[in-house]
Unconditional design. Sequence first.
Length: 95
Amino acid sequence: MQAASARYFEELTLALVGEQLAFGHCVCGAVLSSRLGEEDVVSVWTCDAGDEQSVEGVKDAVLKLLCVSHNPIEYRAHTLSAEYAEQRSYRGHKR
């Protein structure tokens, strides 16, 4: 796990638990995935993927919280993430 990923996840978790994240009420979960030989992924789960205003609000709030000047965020609705996961196992090997 990269140190930056762990720090980002810690900041995000503290902001969510402390109710300090704008649009935090639209978040229903967060996870840090560390995959051997690949980039770490911080995922933030929103309550309603169809609510574009909330999704954009969460995205902007996370970028601001983490002081990220570029936009490394890719949004995938749960159904797309599930399809992606079907193509790969946890360790990155094709099924």
